[in-house]
Ligand binder design. Structure first.
Ligand code: SF4
Length: 265
């Protein structure tokens, strides 16, 4: 069985190998920082339907098409949320359809991104997902919709790893380079673009190589302390921040998986 690797796993490892070990190797549950996002989910589904089910026989749809998709996907929301979502879609329509003058059928919508990578004779399955994948003239644009109330940009290391992983996986699947990752903040209409380069892919190759070495060798999973320790679900078990750490409860530890090594010929 190949070893599964996602952008969030890579990000966890780059923040602190020890927390990666607690979370993904020992399988300890982690606190969730995300609450229910009813409006955000409804907006994502609506945009998926707007782009996925439209006929593309005119440069852009009439606004009524967006409204009809919204009505189908917002049935579980309160009246205030329905109105809030409608206003968000009206802004989106003006900015990303009327102002642009033409929309094209996306390459993929709400889809999985998958690839493989071999490092130190360990086979990795790379997985991720995207809200929308578009063709550009000279490559691919990966689009993520954000429905948070404020425009919070992810930290640069996190974005770089995400871009690098997607670059690697998309090149295998589509034989095209990822040109940019775009975040569209639905509430403000703002679009933030992160250009992608082959350097991002190289950094991810190196990061995966490090994980492969850890998996194959003595698995020390060194702690890396910092501000993030304040939000770490495993701080009570960690001797880097606690003089007298609690033992990890045996019942919580998942059985160790056998690492299958692949022989590169
Ligand atoms: S408390 Fe800090 S050093 Fe310890 S596992 Fe968590 S993030 Fe890593």
């Amino acid at each position: 069985m190949p070893y599964h690797l996602s952008a969030s796993k890579l990000q966890t490892y780059s923040r602190c190998p020890r927390s990666y070990h607690y979370r993904y190797e020992m399988g300890l549950p982690s606190a969730s920082f995300f609450g229910a996002a009813g409006l955000g989910t409804a907006l994502h589904k609506t945009l998926q339907q707007i782009y996925g089910d439209w006929h593309y026989q005119a440069p852009i749809p009439e606004y009524e098409w967006l409204e009809s998709c919204w009505l189908k996907n917002s049935v579980a929301l309160s009246m205030n949320q329905v109105q809030e979502g409608r206003e968000i879609l009206q802004t989106y329509y003006q900015q990303y359809m009327v102002a642009v003058g033409e929309i094209n059928r996306p390459l993929a919508l709400e889809s999985k991104i998958q690839g493989t990578f071999l490092a130190e004779n360990v086979e990795f399955n790379l997985t991720g997902r995207c809200d929308r994948l578009d063709w550009l003239d000279d490559g691919l644009e990966l689009i993520d919709y954000k429905s948070a109330k404020t425009v919070n940009l992810p930290d640069p290391t996190t974005v770089d790893l995400q871009i690098g992983l997607y670059y690697l996986a998309l090149a295998q699947r589509y034989h095209k380079s990822l040109k940019q990752l775009s975040l569209i903040f639905l509430r403000t209409g703002e679009k933030v673009i992160f250009p992608a380069t082959a350097e991002h892919m190289q950094k991810v190759r190196e990061a995966i190589g490090e994980i492969a070495l850890q998996l194959r060798s003595d698995r020390q999973w060194q702690p890396c302390t910092g501000d993030h320790c304040k939000r770490c679900s495993y701080a009570r078990y960690c001797n880097a921040v606690k003089d007298d750490p609690e033992p990890v409860p045996e019942a919580e530890i998942k059985p160790k998986r056998q690492l299958q090594l692949t022989l590169a010929l």
